[in-house]
Design a protein around this ligand. Structure first.
Ligand code: AMP
Length: 283
């Protein structure tokens, strides 16, 4: 596995690979790799000639007082896992090169980014789309892989790619979970054993919501109430939001008729955790 830190070297390498007719698959991450990331890498391995992984903890997507400084990092461990998963190139840009003094250009997807996580993390998605577009320009992938765990991020990136006519395919991949249902996340490292148990309320409440919808419940508010009940029972859990929305527009649904994205963000101790479930109803 080749390790590239220099932006111009990455761009030149990709340009050369494209000229050679190689299909480039790209998995952007913030590192501290777990099975969720590795599943994206393996999928990229199956579908492309060259697999590029980026590891970059992007300061532009963290708000003041958020966990940028203490975000878990383990480059050495990450490189071993990435190599094992079949990565060809690990791209590790430096903050000072991605955002040199005087950096002034940002990309913003309007509308979609004001909902769900956008409400509690203003500016977050602007940081995400900016860095992802920069990474796309450097890595020049044919396909880029993102997890459905961060569903809103996936929808926002698809919208950016479509609106800006970017020439690549965005591929969403299912959420990878621990055996007890907890969605894998680098931020799970923040949880104490007790909090780790409490965190199961996210997936449990989503399973309950799906069961109610399959049983005929059509009212988003009833679903939100039931999910809230499950979460509020858990000591140390604090709801940021619970939403029942359209999976593409992320707009609130008035009634659950064909499909619904149930999305939630919950604070468990020091960690803000996300989970979601897309429920399709057969009428
Ligand atoms: P992150 O390093 O958390 O920014 O995540 C990098 C990529 O991995 C994003 O596309 C995430 O959606 C994806 N990802 C993170 N956790 C999971 C998971 N549990 N299952 C599938 N994809 C994931």
């Amino acid at each position: 596995m080749e390790i590239i830190k220099d932006l111009r070297v990455m761009q030149a390498r990709s340009g050369f690979l494209r000229q050679e007719g190689k299909a480039i698959g790209f998995v952007p991450t913030m590192g501290y790799l777990h099975e969720g990331h590795l599943t994206l890498l393996r999928r990229a391995r199956e579908e492309n000639d060259i697999v590029v992984l980026s590891i970059f903890v992007n300061p532009a997507q963290f708000g003041a007082g958020e966990d940028y400084e203490k975000y878990p990092r383990d480059t050495e461990g990450d490189l071993a896992k990435a190599s094992e998963a079949g990565t060809d190139i690990a791209f590790l840009p430096e903050v000072a090169e991605m955002y040199p003094a005087g950096y002034a250009t940002y990309v913003n997807v309007e509308g979609l980014t004001e909902k769900l996580c956008g409400r509690s993390r203003p500016g977050h998605f602007r940081g995400v789309t900016t860095v992802v577009l920069k990474l796309f320009n450097l890595v020049q992938p044919h396909r880029a892989y993102f997890g459905e765990k961060d569903y809103q991020q996936l929808v926002v990136i698809k919208k950016m790619v479509s609106d800006l006519n970017l020439d690549l395919q965005i591929i969403g991949c299912p959420t990878v979970r621990e055996s007890d249902g907890l969605a894998m996340s680098s931020r799970n490292a923040y949880l104490s054993p007790q909090e780790r148990l409490s965190a199961l309320c996210l997936s449990r409440s989503l399973a309950k919501a799906e069961e109610l919808i399959r049983g005929g419940e059509k009212s988003p508010q009833s679903i939100i109430n039931e999910i809230s009940k499950v979460i509020e029972k858990e000591p140390g859990a604090k709801i940021d939001y619970v939403a029942v929305c359209h999976p593409e527009t992320l707009g609130d649904l008035e009634s659950i008729d064909s499909q619904a994205l149930i999305a939630l963000a919950v604070k468990i101790g020091p960690a803000r955790l996300l989970d979601n479930r897309l429920v399709k109803v057969n009428n």
